[in-house]
Design a protein around this ligand. Structure first.
Ligand SMILES: C[S@@+](CC[C@H](N)C(=O)[O-])C[C@H]1O[C@@H](n2cnc3c(N)ncnc32)[C@H](O)[C@@H]1O
Ligand SMILES: [Zn+2]
Length: 282
């Protein structure tokens, strides 16, 4: 039995483009297909596999996605979601199209869609595990396997909002897919973010202070910042939340949960410190 077209994907079909030849895509027997015959399967779990060629290896693995899902579901980043949703809602039109790049489990995409009752969302990620979660994160959220560093499988100027929360960035493609009136919302950590856990896993070292400058340099030619919220608060950690926070960090991939648990006493409170900025395209 072919997998039916996920209802959240249907209203986005006009915006999607074949990653191979840029033609429009149409549903066909559990897949999306372009007139030239390029075919992309819809997974049973509801996301469409648009990535062709070599499989990207950069996405989160199953343990990382589980840790992220547990942690986010417990609400520790609720204030951060609030800021993203506020920035998103400032200018979004009623029937906004929201593209969440490196969407992970779809937590932020779902939160933004909750705030915008007529909006539709598309989450892009390389991680199959993340996409399974993202495809079920919200009635109006579709999900597709895609690598942020390749030209997006989307037509020009179709998105009202592009979200990039702790995820890799592709400024040229963000700019191309956004409408001129659209907004890009970028969330990134400051040097103080989770500093209590720094050094516990290899990647949790201090954020490079030049990072903000680099962000300005890479986004500056195409985007102008219009509003920034600094979100900073102490977050108590209950139960295994410290382990989950470390487990969802990129280099946790090579460290087992047992090793993390044995590596010393865990913090029972950490500092959340992030910047969320809304940009308009130049
Ligand atoms: C730190 S997580 C953030 C996830 C989500 N935005 C959140 O904050 O919960 C980074 C995400 O980017 C994804 N990712 C990594 N490299 C990617 C790439 N080249 N293209 C698309 N997604 C990528 C990972 O699979 C992961 O889901
Ligand atoms: Zn094609």
């Amino acid at each position: 039995m072919p997998v039916p077209l996920p209802p959240a994907l249907e209203p986005l079909l006009d915006l999607l483009r074949c990653p191979t030849c840029r033609a429009r895509l149409h549903p066909a027997d559990g897949a999306l297909r372009c007139p030239a015959g390029h075919t992309f399967d819809i997974a049973r779990r509801g996301y469409v596999g648009l990535l062709t060629g070599n499989r990207a290896t950069s996405g989160d693995d199953a343990a990382m996605v589980r840790a992220r899902d547990r942690f986010l579901s417990a609400g520790g980043y609720g204030p951060l979601l609030g800021a993203v949703a506020r920035l998103a809602a400032r200018t979004a039109p009623e029937r906004a199209v929201v593209v969440d790049v490196g969407c992970g489990t779809g937590y932020y995409l779902a939160g933004v869609l909750d705030r915008l009752p007529d909006a539709r969302g598309l989450g892009l990620d390389t991680s199959v595990r993340a996409l399974r979660a993202a495809a079920g994160a919200h009635d109006r959220a579709a999900a597709a396997a895609w690598d942020v560093f390749r030209p997006f499988p989307l037509a020009d100027g179709v998105a009202d909002l592009v979200l990039d929360v702790f995820a890799p960035r592709n400024p040229a493609e963000f700019h191309r897919v956004l409408r001129p009136s659209g907004r890009l919302v970028v969330v990134r950590p400051t040097g103080r973010h989770l500093h209590e856990l720094h050094g516990r896993v290899p990647s949790m070292v201090t954020v490079d202070p030049a990072k903000e400058q680099r962000l300005r340099r890479t986004l500056g030619p195409r985007f102008r910042a219009v509003a920034t919220e600094r979100i900073e608060y102490p977050m108590p950690l209950a139960g295994t939340e410290a382990l989950d926070l470390m487990g969802m960090s990129p280099s946790a991939r090579h460290v087992s949960r047992a090793d993390l648990a044995e590596s010393g006493p865990l913090a029972d409170r950490v500092t959340v410190s992030v910047l969320a900025t809304s940009y308009r395209p130049r």
